[in-house]
Design a protein around this ligand. Structure first.
Ligand code: BGC
Length: 262
């Protein structure tokens, strides 16, 4: 998996509520090797329609026959999508790795979107070198979570669905909720603070990394959050964390397969 210059490259795709974005990733730098390509997420966002979108994104770069990593905004085990909080319900029980693998003629690794972003942040971003418990939270359409200890991920933690004030936390403190209800930054920061306090009570992390598009505006709300013991920092890879993490997961799977080969 090296290009002519010897740099390792793997293709990463981030399936989101609004867009399907992908690019070849330079795994040495933890960054996109080329400008990413995006197609709009189809509505309804059924597996067939989204798979077409991923194939189009890979096709834009002429990428075939080589490993691909893909994120999905729900629980993923063994390449199969198990939940669908913010996408079409027909995703539940879909063998996404199998479907895409057939279409792309390549090994496909699928993982949760927040897990992918977290893996990238832990290696190339805000969590680099941190060995204690680190929790990466993506505040977007929903709330995604990635929990690490000793640098290792506990996949599919789904902390966005914890209960907060009698509701699912992501229905109180996501970016979508802030936008839909036109909440002021202080009002929204107060909700995020309550949520962080709840997660801190359960896990006592040393660090929270706040990701999702809103991490670009961290200065507007992070300084308003008080009373949390853990350090709280914005994500560093921002929009590309999912793509980079997806590619990293695919590379790790390819290495694992090579090591297991007789
Ligand atoms: C899903 C998670 C996902 C998060 C962010 C939640 O609704 O259940 O799996 O990581 O949204 O997309």
């Amino acid at each position: 998996m090296t290009n002519g210059n010897g740099a390792a490259r793997v293709f990463g795709v981030d399936i989101g509520g609004s867009g399907i974005k992908g690019a070849p990733v330079d795994l040495d730098r933890g960054d996109l090797a080329e400008e990413r390509h995006k197609v709009l997420t189809p509505h309804p966002s059924t597996p067939e329609a989204v798979v077409d979108g991923v194939v189009e994104v890979a096709g834009h770069f002429g990428w075939s026959g080589r490993p691909v990593g893909v994120t999905f905004p729900g629980v993923v085990t063994d390449g199969t999508t198990r939940t669908a909080a913010n996408v079409d319900k027909s995703w539940i029980g879909t063998d996404l790795a199998g479907l895409l693998g057939e279409r792309l003629g390549a090994p496909v690794t699928v993982l949760n979107d927040a897990d992918a972003a977290g893996v990238a942040e832990m290696t190339f971003g805000a969590g680099r070198g941190r060995q204690g418990t680190v929790i990466v939270l993506t505040l977007g359409t929903g709330i995604g979570s990635a929990v690490f200890t000793g640098g290792r991920l506990v996949p599919n933690t789904e902390l966005g669905h914890l209960e907060l004030d009698g509701h699912e936390a992501e229905k109180r403190a996501s970016t979508k909720v802030r936008e839909d209800h036109d909440l002021s930054w202080p009002d929204w920061a107060h909700r995020v603070q309550k949520y962080l306090a709840h997660v801190e009570m359960l896990f006592s992390p040393e660090l929270f990394v706040i990701g999702g598009g809103v991490s670009r505006k961290a200065h507007k709300f992070l300084p308003l959050i008080e009373g949390i013991r853990a350090e709280i920092v914005p994500a560093q890879l921002q929009n590309n964390a999912g793509i980079v993490g997806a590619a990293m997961a695919a590379a790790a799977a390819a290495d694992g397969a090579a090591a297991a080969a007789p």
